[in-house]
Design a protein around this ligand. Structure first.
Ligand SMILES: [Zn+2]
Length: 344
């Protein structure tokens, strides 16, 4: 298995100060991949800058020039959550470019699968605005790029970050070529992602939201993946799968209230990889979204690479959740989603 990773030190230059989304996240991932010897098993992919034309596949011109202007003025806060430094525009352009390059490497057969280890993250960025730590929507841009360059007709985006990817949903809400499926804590930031939000017009049914109550752990995510994600993917028959990979649903992550372990991520990634192998010649691209407990983030990203490489005996030193929250029953929710989406 040839597995690629996109990384460049430029991603450390989006200086957010004491913000929870900071450069230490990528430093922790890279140093863990080095210390465990895993980095040597991977193929490095160099990112380039996304062009204005590529950013414009998703974003309005005014949004792009606004981000550029704020950076030129020295940075600042775009909203209560989202901050920029002087280099942030350039870094964000490279983050989008990183997701594009990872996608190209997979589609051109340089690697079997790839993971873009980029920041700032992207899935909250809408066509018109930055929000939720996100400036440009890396996965949405790579998706539009792949549709055009490789003349694809169906791309599946799986978003398992603990937050709903409102920006990605908004980008493809009326686009039947892209199926967006998201598992997320709900109700929670950013407020979107109810089961009724399922696309419009010809795209009705190609947005699938799985709004999970707080407290879900490995068992609930496995149930969700087996009963919703797998049948939806098999129905849609994608030619490429992109994953908005956020790890803030790990039990040790303080930003949310889920209880997934590294072993849980291993199970979810295995299911995604099997879907890619069965449905689209293994064409599979991950792009980093959230994940704010540095130890859990680094271990979970490494476990993701282990699955992509086909490694077995994947370690989980952090272990299972101490069950800070009671595990909810999600069976009625799963049933309701199956009804809305006509899943057997
Ligand atoms: Zn998140």
């Amino acid at each position: 298995m040839k597995v690629g990773f996109v990384y460049d030190p430029i991603y450390l230059e989006h200086d957010t100060g004491q913000h929870v989304e900071n450069a230490k996240r990528l430093e922790a991932i890279i140093s863990h991949l080095e210390q465990t010897g895993l980095k040597q098993q991977l193929i490095p992919i160099k990112p380039g800058a996304a062009s204005i034309e590529e950013l414009s596949l998703v974003h309005h011109k005014q949004h792009i020039s606004h981000i550029q202007d704020v950076a030129q003025r020295g940075g600042g806060w775009l909203d209560a959550d989202t901050v920029m430094s002087p280099n942030s525009y350039e870094v964000a352009v490279y983050a989008a470019g990183g997701a594009i390059r990872a996608t190209e490497a997979v589609m051109d057969g340089e690697v079997n699968s790839a993971f873009a280890l980029v920041r700032p993250p992207g899935h909250h960025a809408t066509p018109q605005r930055a929000m939720g730590f996100c400036l440009f929507n890396n996965v949405a841009i790579a998706t539009k790029y792949a549709l055009a360059k490789y003349k694809l007709e169906r791309i599946l985006i799986i978003d398992f970050d603990v937050h709903h990817g409102n920006g990605t949903q908004a980008t493809f809400y009326d686009n039947p070529q892209v199926l967006y499926i998201s598992t997320h804590q709900y109700p929670f930031y950013p407020g979107t992602g109810s089961i009724e939000e399922s696309g419009v017009g010809e795209a009705k049914g190609t947005t699938v939201n799985i709004p999970l109550p707080a407290g879900c752990g490995d068992a609930e995510y496995l149930q969700t993946f087996e009963q919703i994600v797998v049948p939806v993917a098999k129905w849609f028959k994608p030619q490429l799968i992109l994953v908005s990979a956020g790890y803030d649903l790990h039990w040790a992550d303080g930003i949310a209230m889920m209880q997934v372990s590294v072993t849980g991520f291993t199970q979810m990634v295995k299911i995604i990889k099997e879907l890619a192998d069965e449905l689209c010649n293994g064409h599979l691209v991950f792009s980093l979204e959230g994940g704010y407990n540095l130890t859990a983030l680094a271990a979970s990203v490494k476990a993701t690479f282990d699955v992509l490489l086909g490694n077995t005996n994947i370690e989980d030193r952090l272990g299972q959740s101490p069950h800070r929250f009671p595990a909810p029953s999600i069976t009625p929710l799963i049933k309701a989603i199956k009804e809305i989406h006509n899943l057997a």
